[in-house]
Each structure stands twice: as C-alpha cells, then as structure tokens.
Design a protein around this ligand. Sequence first.
Ligand code: 26A
Length: 366
Amino acid sequence: LFAIENKALFHSCRQLNINQKSIDTRNKMGKYEILALENPLLDIQAVGDQALLDKYGLKPNDAILAEEKHMGIYEDLINRKADFNAGGAAQNTARGAQYILPEDSVVFVGCVGKDKYADLLVEANKKVGLHTVYRVDEEQPTGRCGVVITGHDRSMCTDLAAANCYKVEHLKENWDLVKQAKLYFVGGYHLTVSVPAIMALAEEAAKENKIFMLSLSAPFIPQFFKDQLDQTAPYWDYVVGNETEARSYAASHDLNTEDIPTIARHLAQLPKANSQRKRTVIITQGTDPTVVAVQDEDKVHEFPVHAIDKSEIADTTGAGDAFAGGFVAGVAKGESLKTCVDMGQWLAHLSIKELGPAYPFPKQTY
Ligand code: 26A
C-alpha cells in the first residue's frame, strides 16, 4: 500500500512541477484593492569602485538594461560579498503599500523563473503580507539587478530574463484580479516589457473610472521609451517620478526647461482620457521639497521633506519606490494630498534605515 501511495505522490508532485506555470499566494477571501504590475527582480548589491564601473562602462548613478557585455557584473558583485535583496521597483512599492494597509490589500503580478531567486522574492513579499501572482517562465531565470554602490551613488544594471516574458495574455488569465482592484500601479520600467499589458490596465481604469498610476522609473524611460510612455500618458491619474526623470522627460519632449514645478504643471495639463478624475503629478527631489501639480490648478504645491539625520541612513536603494508605496497607500485610503505625500515621505524614511529596498520589523504604524 505504501509503495502505491508513494508512487501516486511522486506522480502528483511531478505533475505539479510540470504544470507549475504560476505562483499564486493569494488568500481566496482577500479584497486586493491595489494591483501592481512590473518586473520582479532580485537585487545583487555590493560596494564597488570606479574600476568596477569602468569595467562595465557604467555611470555612478543610473539604471540601465544589461547588454551582453554587462553579464559578468553579477559574478563580480557576488565576489564582493553582495547582499541579495528582493527588488524590482514597483514590487518594492507594492511591498511598501501593503506594509501600511490592512491585510490582503495589494497583489503584485509579473514573471519569474523556476528557481530559488523566485522563492526568495515570494518570501520577502510574504514577510510584509504582499501577495504574489507570478507567471513562471519555463526557460528563463528570474531577473537580476546588479546594484553597484560607490559613496552616495548607486548604479543599477538589470538583466530582465524571465521578467521580460510577461505578456498581456498572462494578465488576461488573471482578469478577476483586475476586476477586483480599484487602483492600478504600474512601474514605468515595464514599458520595456509589455506595453499591451500596461494599456489593458490603463484602458480598464478609464472605462471603469478606477485609478491608474504610473512611475517614470528612470531617465532612460522618457528618453528611449518615449513613444511607449506617451501612449500611456492620457491614462495617468497619478504620475510619480524624481527630478532627474522629470528633466529627462522635459528634454525628450523639447520642453526647454529644467524647472521642476514647470515640468510638473506641463504633465498635469496633458490631455486626459478619463475626465472624471483630475491628474496629479508628484516629483520627489531627494531632501529638497516634493513638488505636486494638480490638473487645472495654478498653484504648484511644495512639501518640505522631514530632516533625516545622516547617521540614520543605512541605504537609499528603493527610497523612491518606498515613497510611491506610502503615497499609494494614502490614495487607497482616500487621504488628502498632503497626507499622501507625508505617508510617502514617512515610508521612504523608514526604508532608508534598512539595507536594500526593505521595511522595518516589528511593523511601525503611520
Ligand atoms: C527594466 N529595469 C531596468 C528595471 C529596474 C528595476 N526594476 C524594474 N525594472 N532597474 C532597477 N530596478 C529596481 O529599482 C530598485 C531601486 O529603485 C531595482 O531592483 C531596485 O530594487
């Protein structure tokens, strides 16, 4: 009898593995108000030096897509005693929003490989209660982001691998999630992967008067993915970025200005698909004030950042993602603009005290 049972077990496990096209950690009773989409990545982060940057032709402060010539960097970072952290900008944001919100509020979708790295991401998400609905690619490994720290700078080099295999069909397979959510958060980095998936969410938001929020992610997005970004612009209810991303947008769109309030106001006034919601543009500037422009409002708001003692700063990787996480949580709770910005700054502050894009435990409450 044992032998038969074992054999049956063996076959069912094997079956499971063969059919494991997705990982779904959802609690069936959950409400999942927020759906976030982007690239699930494992961050391989270590302190580097100019020689390492030069070896791969990297700028000290940047985010790029890895080419063939960059592939050795992950090994080099591991040899420098790298930390392995759950990353992926919007996944960091989703973890941040879930950190603040009640259980089962946020679900994150993207594509990973069938490997230990994927397990590590699922675990990091579980720790804050973020649920994961991953597509599992059969061939590609989970994506990696090499993070080279030199002083206050960080250079990020991403090999998307499985993350690049996410398709609109995968989103359609989970359309129940889309229907259930009231707010969609899309990382702009995903514009390099699946514009159709992003557009499906954008159009659904406009049709159902739900909230569509996009991050600008990195200067290379407005620069090299300008058309893709512009396609999503009419759907932005909220768009969030930092000063360098905003200036990159201004340059690629010939705005002839580097002034952040002017750029923010320009973005707020771009044509909009859903006229039932005014667009809000949020531009962070490190320790300088956060700039917010609202469609049809003359006044551009500036919210000073609470001072952070230098001794409290452990690692700023993911600070912007954390800001977006706190902000999104505020929007989901229906808080005022001022409170949403404050929640963003609060969460960014907490994340800066941690190594990698992580949040402190025991959980702090806003
Ligand atoms: C497509 N690219 C380049 C990327 C990324 C990315 N997340 C998604 N797609 N490049 C860097 N990151 C993430 O940014 C975080 C810091 O803001 C890193 O994984 C890191 O956790």
